[in-house]
Design a protein around this ligand. Structure first.
Ligand code: GLN
Length: 550
């Protein structure tokens, strides 16, 4: 049944954050360019059942799929680089595996056997991997963590067994490592790679292809040395040199011959890769000739990983307008304590992204107020929309101390509140409105102008909602619904017309933005910011200082 699907397993060695997710996504893109269908899977070794309750400081963004799965941020890369539609089954953790094994044991499904890591846990992992392959040409499976970690051993054992189960021509192992450059000797070092491959071979996996991250280009000699010590051929050593823009990675891999090698080893016949679209996109990224600065007011400002999809969506919105987006992360607590000061003097737009918890909340409200009063384009996403509603209620509609009941349960004006169905839930995992919901947009709205349609579907991840008891009051003040749920009960979009651009959405549009198919809200926001920039006092085109790898 699964015969036709080829499996590519990607492991990582030496250290974490080498870009395994990006490599997996780029391989997916290359396979699609050859006309193959792909799916991707991330297996995470931690014990949390999903990353939904994990601190974004530690784990980065939680990516949400259409079917409401809270997943690892690598799934965001997968969706942005390929056309694969990812779902709950495309990301699982050790916690989920053990959860189902224990449930089966309780139901007596193991018929009295002693339940063990091998074969019960590994079988569970293998079943999940195999069920993923059904129907697609290539399934790319990324093993989270680093080879040598205790936690990832059952995953490695499962993928080792799969080569025997599925046949050697249907399974490929790709290992990602680092070639550190030692300044003192001016040399690229191969020893960590050798050790990492050794660790992999100790668990029975001989990698077929090595992808080597490096800041310097590497010579044929180095490839030959790695090949000799790691038991591969020199052409199976792929250099993965640092790039300015992550969307160059598929093209670089192609130049190194990676996709050709993969299809050869897996014995798949494909058309020649069609990379024109990628090339054109990368070229347009390199020729961006304007800069627009967006102030992002949030809590997780120290870690760009927490806003991964948001950054990518802004970037794509910028490319659509031929502009480079400079992100200025502004700590909401600073605004809360010392006011806006001149923090916003050099920004062309203000964005308050999603968030949880009360820290820095008043700072976010002040940022909205600043944007509204100074007619700076404002984009509020999820919590950012909720805070726009609070700000508007307090300062335009004179509802003093209006708030979300998340932050002030005793507020006299609960303009954002919990829906009845949410009130009785105490369990933190899986209690939110999650995943894709339809939204209806009135024809005469700014949102309709932006989307160009009356029905959209967007992804949600939140507990609190707009309180309809205050809808009329807010509308009388000028803040109107730009989109509602089909039954009219949930306000999904708000807009304020008497402004340069002021939109809030209860959902997360960043999850649906693609580099080559940017999300209309982001392109429209960036366009408005560019317009605003022309008029902004003290506007000077400066250097782009964004640290994001673009
Ligand atoms: N904390 C808010 C809620 O739960 C907003 C969540 C978000 O921004 N994702 O509704």
């Amino acid at each position: 049944m699964y015969k036709s699907t080829k499996f590519i397993f990607i492991t990582g060695g030496v250290l974490s954050s080498l870009g395994k997710g990006l490599s997996a996504a780029s391989i997916g893109a290359l396979m699609e360019c050859r006309g193959l269908t792909v799916t991707l899977l991330k297996m995470d070794p931690y014990i949390n059942v999903d990353p939904g309750t994990m601190n974004p400081f530690q784990h980065g963004e939680v990516f949400v799929t259409d079917d409401g799965a809270e997943t690892d941020l690598d799934l965001g890369h997968y969706e942005r680089f390929t056309h694969a539609v990812l779902r709950q089954k495309n990301n699982f953790t050790t916690g989920q595996i053990y959860d189902s094994v224990i449930q089966k044991e309780r139901r007596g499904e193991y018929l009295g056997a002693t339940v063990q890591v091998i074969p019960h846990v590994t079988d569970e992992i293998k079943d999940k991997i195999r069920s993923l392959g059904n129907g697609v040409d290539v399934a790319i499976v990324e093993v989270g963590g680093t080879v040598g970690d205790i936690e990832s051993l059952p995953f490695l054992e499962a993928i080792r067994q799969l080569r025997a189960d599925l046949g050697p021509q249907n399974v490929l192992y790709i290992h990602l490592t680092l070639l550190p450059f030692v300044k003192a000797s001016g040399e690229v070092k191969t020893k960590p790679t050798q050790h990492s491959v050794k660790a992999l071979r100790e668990v029975g996996i001989q990698p077929d292809i090595l992808i080597c991250r490096t800041e310097k280009s590497i010579s044929r000699d180095i490839k030959e040395k790695i090949a000799l010590f790691c038991n591969v051929r020199p052409e199976e050593v792929i250099a993965n040199e640092d790039v300015e823009c992550i969307y160059e990675v598929p093209l670089k891999f192609h130049e190194e011959g990676l996709d050709q090698k993969i299809v050869e080893l897996l014995n798949v016949w494909t058309r020649a890769p069609q990379l024109d679209e990628w090339r054109a996109f990368v070229e347009s990224v390199h020729s961006l000739n304007q800069i627009v600065t967006i102030g992002i007011v949030g809590k997780y400002v120290n870690l760009h990983e927490s806003y991964k999809s948001l950054n990518e969506a802004l970037f794509a919105g910028g490319v659509a307008n031929e502009a480079k987006v400079r992100l200025k992360f502004i700590d909401s607590e600073r605004i809360e304590n010392s006011g806006p000061g001149n923090e916003f003097d050099d920004v062309d737009g203000i964005l308050v992204p999603g968030g949880f918890g009360s820290r820095g909340i008043e700072g976010k409200i002040r940022a909205v107020q600043y944007a509204r009063e100074n007619k700076i384009p404002y984009f509020g996403i999820c919590l950012g929309m909720q805070m726009a509603v609070v700000e508007f209620a307090r300062n335009v509609c004179n509802l003093a101390r209006a708030n979300s009941t998340e932050f002030d349960p005793n507020t006299p004006y609960p303009v954002i509140h919990l829906m009845q169905t949410q009130r009785s839930i105490t369990d933190k995992g899986g209690t939110m409105r999650l995943g894709a919901y339809e939204c209806v947009i009135p024809v005469d709205s700014l949102c309709h102008e932006i989307y160009g349609r009356t029905s959209i579907s967007e992804r949600h991840r939140h507990r609190y909602e707009f309180n309809n008891d205050f809808k009329q009051t807010l509308e009388d003040g000028g803040l109107v619904a730009g989109g509602v749920s089909p039954d009219g009960q949930l306000v999904e979009l708000i807009e304020y017309k008497n402004h340069s651009w002021f939109v809030g959405c209860q959902f997360h549009p960043e999850f649906k933005s693609r580099p080559m198919d940017p999300h209309p809200l982001f392109s429209s926001f960036i366009r408005a910011c560019l317009e605003y920039k022309k008029l902004r006092p003290g506007n000077e085109d400066g250097e782009c200082t964004s640290k994001a790898r673009h």
